[in-house]
Design a protein around this ligand. Sequence first.
Ligand code: NAP
Length: 331
Amino acid sequence: MAVNHQVILAEKPRGKLALENFQFAEAEVPSPTDGEVLVKARYVSLDAANRAWMQGVTYRAALGAGEVMAGGSLAEVVESRADHLAPGDLVFAETGWQEFAAVPAKHLAKLPKLEPLTHLLSVYGVTGLTAYFGLLRVGGPKPGETVVVSAAAGAVGSIVGQIAKIKGATVIGIAGGAEKCAWLTDQLGFDGAVDYKLGDVRRALRAACPNGVDVYFDNVGGDIFEAALFNMNNHGRIVCCGAVSQYDDVPPAHGPRGVPGLIVTKRLKVDGFVVMDFYADKDAALAELKSWVEAGKIKVQEDVIDGLENLPAALIGLLAGENRGKRMVRV
Ligand code: NAP
C-alpha cells in the first residue's frame, strides 16, 4: 500500500492551540474518481485563519475533531481524471495537512511554473491577492493619506504596507517587537512602526500619525482595532480583513470600545471582505503584483519550514508571531 502521511486535528482546542491537539496518522493514498485529480502537496500554506476554522463556521464549514487538518497547498497533479489537468501540473488546492489528496478538479487552475515556486503561495497566492484587493478595493487609499496596517510584519500585512507606499500613502505598521518594527521601516520602506507589545497603542498611534488615520487595514481586531478607531479621521475607512487576536483563545468578554459611537460621529466606513469576492479580477491583480515585484517595489518575505511533521508547531508559532512574511511548510 502506498502510504499517505497525515496530520489530524485530534481534538478542538479549548484555550490556546497546543501540539496535543494534533496527532499523526497514515492512510492509503486515495484514488481519484471522475472529475477529480490526485495531487501531492509540495508546500502547505500556514494561515492565521487555520485556527479560526477550529472555532466554528466561518466562510467555510467548521473543522471537526478527528478530521484531517484543513489547509491549502501548492500541489502537483500525479494522476488526473479531469480534461484540463495533467500529471506534473501545479495547482493550489484544499488538500488538508497530508501528502496526497483526491480533490475535485472543477475549480482548480493550472499555475505557471515560475521561480521561486513559493511565490505562488505568497505574493501570487491568497496572501498577495488579499492585500491587493483589501487595500485597493475596500480601503481605497489616496496619495498623501495615512494608512495603518496591523500584523504588519506578517504575510498579508507586509504586502499591504508596500502597496500603500506604491500608492503614495504614508504608512505605519503595527507589529510585535522592536526587531519586526525595525524591519518594516529599514527594509520595507514603511514610514513608521508601532510595537504593540509596549502597550498603549492608542497613544503610540497618535504620535506616529500626526495627521490621523485615513485607512486602517485590520488584521487583528480586539484592542488594536479599538486603538485605531480612536485615531481615525472623519470619513476614514476600516478594512476588516481578519481578527487574529481573537482566534487562539477564549474571546475577551468585552468588545472594542467606541463601537458604534465613533463610527457614526467620524462617518467611518467599516467593511469586511473575503478575498474570493474579487476573484473575477484575479488575473489583472496578479499581473500588477508581478510588475511591482519585478520592479523591486514589493519585497517578498517568506518563512519556509521543512517537514509535514512540523505543521502543528509551525501554526502554533505563527499565532505567537514567530513568522516574518508568509509562513509555509515544504512537504
Ligand atoms: P500572518 O500575518 O503572517 O501571521 C499572523 C501574525 O499575527 C503573527 O505573525 C503575529 O505577529 C500577529 N499576531 C498574533 N497574535 C496577535 C495579537 N494578539 N495581536 C496582534 N498581532 C497578533 O498571518 P496571515 O495568514 O497573513 O493572516 C493575517 C490576517 O489576514 C489574519 O487576520 C487572517 O485571518 C487574514 N486573512 C484574511 C483573508 C480574507 O479574505 N479576508 C485572507 C487571508 C488572510 P506579531 O509578532 O506582530 O504579533
